[in-house]
Ligand binder design. Structure first.
Ligand code: THG
Length: 287
């Protein structure tokens, strides 16, 4: 296994290293208009104040990185994604994750983003690999690799691993190091497929054992359509960290404590420093 599978992200003032030996990195998910009418409406109106407030609030709640996704019906991503990325960079110092499938919007955002952001994401489809990886190489930034391809989301861990190897090979041909690829093993909802999470966890263990790369999940996906989602998300995040996940796209308001507790129990928090420090300056619950 590679010895230094460290993924370095840099923000305006602070940097974050995703690595197996480090605490789990929380990528704040809340700048995403999917299912959020208010945010979608603010974005369509070109009102960026809401995006700034969500960025600041998530950092206060313990997000290490801020994901920026403006993809919604009626939103011109090519115009709005760079605006939103700049707005977030104005108000927080942490690294940004640029969440788009649109290569034109991605390049516009990369042009204005300070530091070394995370590109979210490329997948195993030829079209995605050809459009996204050259930008990743040009801007020398790390990228999330979704383990799906032209045929959709593979049903087995074995086939997801094949997609991972394909992404690694294409990245290598462009000079992108394996350490700069964070694999997304794909969290799907357990309400429609009762073994979906087991396959995801199995995929994490195999990526870790066979490739050694960092692993991320959009963990909240696991609980779509179910009541008391935070409880399910928390159970899943704990199991995923134990399986080898090193970063999670989550709501820090609900997932900071479960992540800190899991890191503590798994020996990633010497003297419980992070856990205790969090409680000393615990943010008030939002109104
Ligand atoms: N992988 C990668 N990127 C992604 C996803 C992924 N980006 C988008 C999405 N999936 C991750 N982002 C979200 C954002 C919000 C929610 C789910 C995924 C969501 N949030 C709940 C809500 O707003 O009601 C709250 C969840 C909570 O409280 O914990 O459903 O898979 N690479």
């Amino acid at each position: 296994m590679m010895s230094t599978m460290e993924t370095e992200l840099v923000g305006k003032q602070t940097s974050v290293t995703i690595a197996r030996a480090n605490p789990t990195v929380i990528i704040g998910e809340r700048i995403n208009p999917t299912g959020r009418k208010r945010l979608a409406a603010e974005l369509v109106a070109g009102n960026i104040g809401y995006v700034k407030r969500e960025a600041m609030r998530q950092v206060e709640q313990g997000a290490d990185v801020i994901d920026v996704n403006v993809g919604a019906a009626g939103v011109d991503e090519v115009a709005l994604l760079p605006m939103a990325v700049q707005a977030v960079a104005e108000v927080v110092d942490v690294p940004i994750s640029i969440d788009t499938a649109n290569p034109v919007a991605l390049e516009a955002a990369l042009k204005v983003c300070p530091g070394r952001p995370l590109v979210n994401s490329v997948n195993g489809e030829d079209r995605s690999l050809s459009a996204i990886l050259p930008l990743v190489a040009q801007y020398k930034v790390p990228v999330i690799g979704l383990l799906m391809d032209d045929e959709g989301i593979p049903a087995t861990a074995e086939r997801r691993l094949e997609v991972a190897r394909k992404i690694i090979a294409r990245a290598k041909s462009l000079g992108i190091a394996p350490a700069d690829i964070v694999f997304d093993c794909l969290a799907l909802t357990v309400s429609t497929s009762h073994e979906a999470a087991l396959i995801t966890l199995d995929t994490i263990r195999r990526v870790v054992a066979e490739i050694g790369s960092n692993v991320v999940l959009g963990s909240s996906n696991v609980s779509f359509g179910l009541p008391d989602r935070g409880m399910i998300n928390s159970a899943f995040v704990t199991l995923a960290i134990a399986a080898g996940m090193t970063a999670t796209i989550s709501n820090p308001e609900h997932m900071k404590q479960p992540v800190l507790a899991t890191d503590l129990v798994l020996g990633k928090d010497e003297w419980a420093m992070r856990y205790i420090t969090y409680f000393r300056s615990k943010p008030k619950p939002s109104e």
